[in-house]
Design a protein around this ligand. Sequence first.
Ligand code: V47
Length: 360
Amino acid sequence: MDSLLKTVQGKIDNRLRISDEEALALFDHPDLLAVGRLAARANAIKNSDRVFFNVNRHINYTNICVNHCTFCAFCKEDQDEGSYTLALQEILHKAGEAARVGATEIHMVGGLHPDLPFEFYLEMLANVKATYPQLHMKAFTAVEIDYFAQLADQPVEEVILALKGAGLDSMPGGGAEILGKEVRDKICPEKISGERWLEVTEKVHQAGLKTNATMLFGHLEQFEDRVDHMRRLRELQDRTGNFQAFIPLAFQPDNTRVPGAKGVGGIDALKTLAVSRIYLDNFDHIKAYWIMLGLKIAQTALLFGVNDLDGTVVEEKIGHDAGADSPQQLSKDEIIRHIRVAGKRPVERNTLYEEVRSYA
Ligand code: V47
């Protein structure tokens, strides 16, 4: 073991955090398996051999979006072929299908639609919640919440309270992309800044809601940008403690407009998940989102510090419009089998990481 690995191991064992320089050095380290072993050690301290998953369904109510992020193949203009906005009845139908198969969570996000009023979103939430109160509504992103504040001409705090009142239970981690300005200006120039994403997320945390945090990687960014991104998240988590999971999203390049981007290889994906597990000492969970990583890498990641495989998903558009070759959905049995084959203990969780059922 070289001196970097020894230092990092000592820090993990003594519950100390690694520096940005150490994280960068881990990204550059040639021994992926050694870095993975350290991440697995850090994860075992937090989660022992448990790997979480949930039974959920994604609903994307519209793909029409006023931002034109170059990495996004999902976004459409109103008049484009393939653009859509779901009617409330269709949304309720999808939520009903999820409820009938025992889902505990609806993950609901969409584009920034130019014409829908804020009331549309409140009504959507309130109707799903009233019809299926057992479903946890994990919905919108900091980007959408900022947009709603503009639509409603209200402060973000008021918008969050109104959404909470209508049934919002927590917020997913999308829209973070890469928080640093230089890369962000290239891949999503019209999107809110990284600073604003953090500010809105902090307000959501202050309103008592849990959220996740994502990082879109494998496009134009350097390792330095990834470490900078994680540092900002670690600092916010020190202040609020309301992040649940960190989710590195592997960039899917098809039908996108990021010059030169080729997508993410298995080694980079595993290294990124592993370094994030070691660096983000104040995050309880690192999620391998199998839709973007592919099932094989997501399963392998369970030996590289990951303790969450996300869920059944059912219908996925954002990654698949960009060429993801993963399936659209997984059954609970398949997820359990993939976790067991990795030598881990499957635990079905709800959105707040409360145990629904543990499988011996
Ligand atoms: O913010 C867009 C990403 C995100 C592409 O919180 C792409 O539990 C890869 O946030 N290739 C939305 N990624 C998805 C998301 C998410 C997913 C699963 C679980 C959770 C959670 C959150 O998808 C966007 C963007 O970063 N994205 N285009 C692409 N071509």
